[in-house]
Design a protein. Structure first.
Length: 214
């Protein structure tokens, strides 16, 4: 029994070290100074290894864990002089349940206007449901069903805005969720994504990059 436990422990440590090394390599690499692509958002953006997922080096990752959409919007102002041609924007789940969808829609409108004024293509990502696992890990998300109803309302109106303003919208929620929650195979804790989820997200990004010939 002790030998079996030791083997499992060693296997677990090997997996941990492999993951830790991959993150270390990502964060010590010098950042490109003249990016073509910006990805900005909360931890869902931050945790994506986008250079590997997209097989490109001409991008920067501006994800910060725990941020609300308002905080993400504020950080965008520091990127106003960027060389990027396109910016992928994700955020909103950290605003719930405190905020209401109507307030977030106003922020999205401002974000679209800001980047269009810079002649940079804004691409929005709708908000993805959480799952019951989130209630176990994060007490403030205990009422996950109510949060997902807020997500529904936001996404419906966000879709209408993007159609009216001819803005690309990645419907990530439909890719990763069923009718009521984020699917178990795509989440590590009810909120954050697995590698399989990131592969799907990257596929949707590539479609848009190809459409714009970027």
């Amino acid at each position: 029994m002790d030998w079996l436990y030791l083997c499992r422990f060693q296997d677990g440590m090997k997996r941990f070290l492999k993951i830790a090394l991959s993150y270390l390599v990502r964060f010590v690499q010098p950042e490109v100074k003249t990016p073509t692509i910006i990805l900005i958002g909360d931890s869902l953006i931050k945790l994506g290894n986008w250079k590997r997922l997209l097989n490109r080096n001409d991008l920067i990752n501006r994800g910060i864990g725990g941020e609300t959409l308002g905080q993400i919007q504020e950080r965008m102002k520091k990127l106003r002089n960027t060389t990027a041609r396109i910016i992928f924007i994700e955020g909103g789940i950290n605003d719930f349940p405190q905020s209401n969808p109507e307030n977030l829609l106003g922020l999205y409108q401002e974000i679209i206007t800001f980047w269009e004024s810079k002649q940079i293509i804004p691409v929005l990502t709708n908000v993805v449901y959480i799952s019951p696992e989130a209630a176990k890990k994060y007490p403030f998300r205990s009422n996950w069903r109510s949060i997902n109803k807020q997500v529904d309302e936001l996404n419906k109106n966000l879709n209408d805005i993007c159609i009216a303003r001819k803005i690309d919208l990645i419907d990530l929620n439909s890719c990763l969720s069923n009718s009521i929650q984020l699917r178990d195979e795509f989440t590590t804790d009810g909120v954050h994504f697995t590698e399989a989820a990131y592969q799907i997200w990257a596929r949707e990004l590539r479609k848009i990059l190809q459409r714009h010939q970027i």
